[in-house]
Design a protein around this ligand. Sequence first.
Ligand code: GLU
Length: 508
Amino acid sequence: MPEHLKKIETDKDPEFSAMVLYYYHKAAQVMEKELLKEMDQYSHFKPEEKQARVSAILNLIGSTCTSLEVSFPVIKSDGTYEIITGYRAHHIRNRLPLKGGIRYAMDVDASEVKALASIMTFKCACVNLPYGGSKGGVRIDPTKYTVKELQTITRRYTMELLKKNMIGPAIDVPAPDVNTGPREMSWIVDQYTKTFGHKDINAAAIVTGKPVHVGGINGRHSATGRGVWKAGDLFLQDKEWMDLLGWKVGWKDKTVIVQGFGNVGSFAAQFVQEAGAKIIGIQEAGFALTNNDGIDIDDLIKFKNEKKTIKGYSKAKETTENLLTAQCDILMPCATQKVITNENAKDIKAKLILEGANGPTTPAGEKILLDKGVLIVPDLYCNAGGVTVSYFEYLKNINHVAYGKMTAKTTSQLVFEVINSINESLKQTEGCTIPEIVPNMGLRRIRDCTTEAEIVDSALQTVMESSVIGIKAIAHQFQLCNDLRTAAYIWAIFKIFRTLESSGISQQ
Ligand code: GLU
């Protein structure tokens, strides 16, 4: 662990980028011996040469590749001028394109986007997506601007990044993040298509998270929240991990508090409620809603869509109490970084934490929770549903064909015809007493998986299932007990390390 990071373990408000580096180095330390073993392939290397190669690659993973700050003027609707600042950071560029969202918030700065870019590299590797990590942001409070002004800002920011070759379908592909969504992605595609991308057949692949009619994919909008639920589900249905918490498997009657009711929090709440959990609290900036009988999330979302806020919702009690520390089984921090710290961790009652946000838990906060036996499903894995479906959208764009368009009908027809053929043959077989064959649930699921949304959901399930197997195996192999974050980092670092190692590191 580098000297300057050692204090992070107890820091109550660590710098975000230092905190991500801390998690990275903590995992790298645990796995370093294994990485050294991989150097045995160089039989002519002396031990110190092996160590030097491992250290060099680990240092490379711990640094940022490129970071850009841009400033540009905008004229506001009232005639005043404003200089806007935006950022984009690239972490590891060995796997192109890079992938990572764009956020609009007042705390955005160079250091924050660098940290978030590195989380994206680890996240993509964690769920086996062939991308390096990136992140961008514009330092504005979007509520202070008209839609027209936001459009101007988005288009100017896009141009600045394009001029510097920082984004492009083959370079770095942004997506929604905090305070951005399909609308902003549409503006970016339009700006690119009209300018730098006017001859690019893959222009739609400049961003993901677009509206479906602009080349987006069904299921992307809800994907991060859906992934949070799937990630939680793959632990809640696993007896071995539930035994660790002393819980029965499944969601039924588990009480949940959601912090942050934006895109991720609202969809995650909807999915876990559908799975049988009871949402008893929603924490928003400055206030919260509680109802111990359960909050009807569909109804609350309807209210929010109409009123643009959840304040004033009458079927739950408004409170100023900090719900992060209220009694519940599962806590889902779904807003932003550093909300769980060593100041509140000791009072947190939840035994399972599903990190829908990026970096919501500080190392000092995590240490307290791990010591209490809390299971934290880390951001790298837990909120990877968004970028996973972004990957599907990107593939759809560069393949220029929607999922299922060419094959779904034939696949489903095949299942029907096979079952029909078997039944017809049985009928014709004299003396056959076997009753008519009916497809079981698994086969019916394949037969009925024909729409793009269904195909996306099942592909997301496959990704979440295969990566959780890896994370759990690493947790066992390195005897990490409930420290799933270190397991997820190790699982990701192995892959990044091998990619960099095989690429020859610095050979020209
Ligand atoms: N902003 C999301 C994240 O942090 C999605 C990124 C993407 O789809 O590229 O994972």
